[in-house]
Design a protein around this ligand. Structure first.
Ligand code: AMP
Length: 112
């Protein structure tokens, strides 16, 4: 399958890895939008959030929990933002779900 994040999960494309377990990996975003910006990515290929199935509910919780734990480890105890872009109009560019975690700067709302 021609999926960038599947290739990163498989170790075929290098990444600056922060964390991995049997369900997810986390690595720094190649084009950071904040002093801390990393992605939490399930090993399982799921193209968009709209493709999430009932059986994926524990995985979705694990992604969120991993994001929170790593954000703390990365010194974001004052606050951080998580983002999941679903489909191209919402800003998704890699079609393998991933949670952005951004921190160590002040965030604006509403997001652009
Ligand atoms: P999205 O636009 O929400 O689909 O997010 C995709 C993210 O993946 C963007 O923030 C990109 O900068 C990031 N990205 C693309 N290629 C790589 C890569 N090889 N390693 C790390 N991050 C990447």
């Amino acid at each position: 399958m021609d999926c960038l994040f599947c290739k990163i999960v498989a170790g075929e494309i290098p990444s600056r890895k922060l964390y991995e377990d049997e369900h997810v990996i986390a690595f720094y975003d190649i084009a950071p939008q904040a002093p801390v910006h990393f992605l939490v990515v399930p090993r399982k290929h799921i193209a968009t959030l709209d493709d999430l199935q009932e059986e994926d509910k524990p995985l979705a919780g694990h992604i969120l929990y991993t994001a929170q734990r790593l954000a703390r480890e990365q010194g974001c105890e004052e606050g951080f933002r998580v983002v999941m872009n679903c489909r191209e109009p919402a800003g998704q560019s890699v079609f393998h779900i991933h949670m952005h975690v951004l921190g160590q700067r002040r965030m604006a709302w509403p997001p652009g």
